[in-house]
Design a protein around this ligand. Structure first.
Ligand code: PLP
Length: 397
């Protein structure tokens, strides 16, 4: 079997074997409904309480502030709709950014269709929100600010502590979609003045289909799921006990390795970036410099090629990467994130995201660097776009 290199950890991670083992008993042995009062369900309730504590510990929260959800999308929907509905007598203005994940953007659009006003902040060429722009956008009707912690496509980290301090001073609820950041970069919800935070287990070696919303004590938010009294009456449905246990185990495990893992992965990522920039003519690195982006993220544009064909060629070489947003793959629209940082349609279409993780090795990166330049060169040789580009730049390479 030829080499296989998975470089799409931002789309999803594998579930760590120790996490799978921690979940196993809750499928077959401790399968009782946690809401049942008999002693058979006691172990489930205990397991959920300790998972809640594990999540709280990593965020610097208390376990009463953690509510389990079905993933990042639900947590984002709940945060935006829950705050908007609860506060609509105070105001109808919501501020977010142009580079949010669709879980936030499409929810914001839904709010607009239902009488709310939404401001979408611009970002600079590295994908960063300017605090000044936020200050200028706030009105006396602003009830919510939602700015992602780290971008899923280009990895840019936002000035979350500054935004949090400003929102707290103004008395505006501050939500951050931290799905790509949790357990990968340090987060302290108290020090950063974060009121609501979304996370998802499958981005840090936990199972898919389970996440959480942190809601700071005292912040009022309407229910999103109506039904039974689970999650202290805030989120109905019989709890995904095994998933919740897996989420707890994964966040603890990944956060405990954060320092060592981000150092190792960051070095490999820099090796990849250096190699690509040196060997591929007219390659463009999208996003911020090393210190201001997720340690595992690289995102390039190769003018003259279509990202989709690049992915197919890489797939043929056993390399799995992505173009644009992984969650919207299948769409041919250029990525809204790459457009927001000022790329042309052509640059956005020729983008390649490679995100590294636990099992990425130096050999993997060497292999990618041995294959990618040839693929780009062959595709460009067949591309009228590349021919045009060369003509425009006077035949220069
Ligand atoms: N927010 C961000 C920044 C993401 O990257 C993703 C998934 O890629 C989501 C939200 C959605 O998370 P989930 O897949 O758990 O619904």
């Amino acid at each position: 079997m030829s080499r296989q290199v998975y470089l799409d950890y931002a789309a999803t991670t594998f579930t760590a074997p120790e996490v799978v083992s921690s979940m196993a008993p809750y499928f077959t042995q401790s399968f009782g409904n946690p809401s049942s009062i008999y002693s058979f369900s006691e172990s489930n309730r205990k397991a959920m309480a300790s998972a809640r504590q594990q999540v709280a510990d990593v965020l610097g929260a208390t376990k009463e502030e953690i509510f389990f959800t079905s993933g990042g999308t639900e947590a984002d929907n709940w945060a935006l709709k829950g705050v908007a509905w609860r506060n609509r007598s105070k105001g109808n203005h919501v501020i977010t950014t142009k580079i949010e994940h669709h879980a936030v953007l499409h929810t914001a659009q839904f709010l607009q269709e239902n009488g709310f006003e939404v401001t979408y902040l611009d970002v600079d060429s590295e994908g960063k929100v300017r605090l000044e722009d936020l200050k200028n956008a706030v009105t006396d009707r602003t009830i919510l600010v939602s700015v992602m912690f780290a971008n899923n496509e280009i990895g840019t980290l936002q000035p979350i502590a500054e935004i949090g301090a400003f929102c707290r001073e103004k008395g505006i609820v501050f939500h951050t979609d931290a799905v790509q950041a949790v357990a990968h970069v340090p987060i302290d919800v108290r020090a950063m003045n974060i009121d609501l935070l979304s996370l998802s287990a499958h981005k840090f070696y936990g199972p898919k289909g389970v996440g959480a919303l942190y809601v700071r004590k005292g912040v009022k938010i309407d229910n999103f799921m109506h039904g039974g009294g689970q999650e202290r009456g805030k989120r109905a449905t019989t709890e995904n006990v095994a998933g919740i246990v897996g989420l707890g185990a994964a966040i603890e495990l990944t956060a405990s390795r954060m320092k060592e893992a981000s150092g190792r992965v960051g070095k490999l990522r820099d090796m990849l970036i250096d190699g690509v920039m040196k060997t591929i003519p007219h390659a463009k690195l999208n996003g911020a410099p090393s210190g201001e982006r997720l340690p595992n993220n690289s995102n390039f544009s190769f003018i003259g090629i279509e990202g989709e064909t690049l992915l197919l060629d890489l797939d043929g070489a056993g390399i799995y990467a992505s173009t644009g947003s992984a969650c919207s793959s299948g769409s041919l629209d250029p990525s809204h994130v790459l457009m927001a940082i000022g790329l042309s349609h052509e640059q956005a279409h020729g983008s390649l995201r490679m995100t590294l993780g636990e099992e990425t090795s130096e050999e993997d990166i060497r292999y990618v660097l041995s294959v990618l330049p040839g693929i780009v060169e062959r595709r460009r040789a067949m591309s009228p776009l590349w021919e045009d580009f060369l003509k425009k730049t006077q035949g220069g390479k």
